[in-house]
Design a protein around this ligand. Structure first.
Ligand code: URA
Length: 266
């Protein structure tokens, strides 16, 4: 027992050291710009989770085609003002065979420029967490956001830094159907909500992230009929960890829960 506790303590210490490497103190706007040449990730190599089971080729091909159509729809979307101001829509990244989908709030500066979610400082940290605790890369999971376009304080200056703001309730409800469509295609076993906004929106609750993290919930929308809930695990947004490194330990606990869930036989 003592030995197991000692090993767990060493694991968490190594994880926290790994997350700290090459990540200097965050700017106030942690979701924003990142230098193009990010420092290499140096994570220890945990036992990787089993690769996502290959599904039948024809089914995967149909889903990929449908999801490409959906991505095209998002690209041309003008359901709210975000679609007019943004540089690129940010649909999602990863595998459509993912058993877990990570959902953030919305793209920031860097994501708007690259058209991919979580590529700024928060994204680098998310990659490290995936690799360190789960032995996974972003290509083994799926990563998306509640809104697909960059919410800006000043939409006329998309090149400005420090221009991020949270999405409004109207923007969230305009964009929400896209995420449910993505989930229908992917059919994940679970969703990890990153931060308060994603958690409140997807669980329909009005509690802060620290009150709800570390527990499993059922996704309240029955995408696959009764009795087939998608499980939801809320955790801190990586930007919160950049601002407050003390939260890394709780995130480690949450990711261990996720690893255990993913390791259970289907
Ligand atoms: N923060 C988010 O919530 N999503 C991103 O894609 C990037 C930063």
């Amino acid at each position: 027992m003592k030995r197991a506790l000692g090993a767990a303590a060493r694991d968490v210490a190594a994880y926290i050291r790994t997350l700290d490497e090459n990540l200097s103190e965050p700017p106030l706007n942690a979701g924003a710009a990142v230098p193009a040449a990010a420092a290499p990730l140096q994570a220890p190599s945990p036992a990787p989770l089993p690769a996502p089971a290959a599904s039948a080729a024809p089914a995967a091909a149909v889903a990929a085609e449908d999801i490409a159509l959906l991505a095209e729809k998002v690209k041309n979307c003008r359901r709210c003002g975000l679609g007019i101001a943004r540089l690129n829509s940010v649909f999602g990244v990863g595998t459509y065979k993912a058993r877990v989908v990570f959902v953030g709030e919305g793209p920031g500066f860097q994501e708007d420029h690259e058209g991919e979610p979580f590529v700024g400082r928060s994204g680098q940290l998310l990659d490290k967490i995936l690799e360190t605790v789960l032995g996974l890369k972003r290509s083994d999971v799926y990563i998306a956001n509640i809104v697909k376009c960059h919410p800006m304080k000043s939409p006329e200056t998309p090149e400005a830094h420090g221009n991020d703001r949270p999405p409004t309730p109207e923007e969230i409800s305009a964009c929400r159907p896209y995420l449910d469509e993505q989930l229908r295609f992917i059919k994940p076993a679970c969703i990890v909500t990153l931060g308060s906004v994603a958690t409140k929106v997807l669980l329909g609750i009005d509690k802060g992230i620290s009150a709800v993290r570390g527990h499993w919930y059922d996704y309240p929308v029955e995408l696959f009929g009764p009795g087939h809930p998608i499980k939801v695990l809320p955790t801190y947004h990586p930007a919160a960890l950049l601002r407050n490194p003390n939260l890394k330990r709780d995130t480690w606990e949450d990711m261990k829960m996720l690893k255990e869930f993913l390791e259970k036989p289907v």
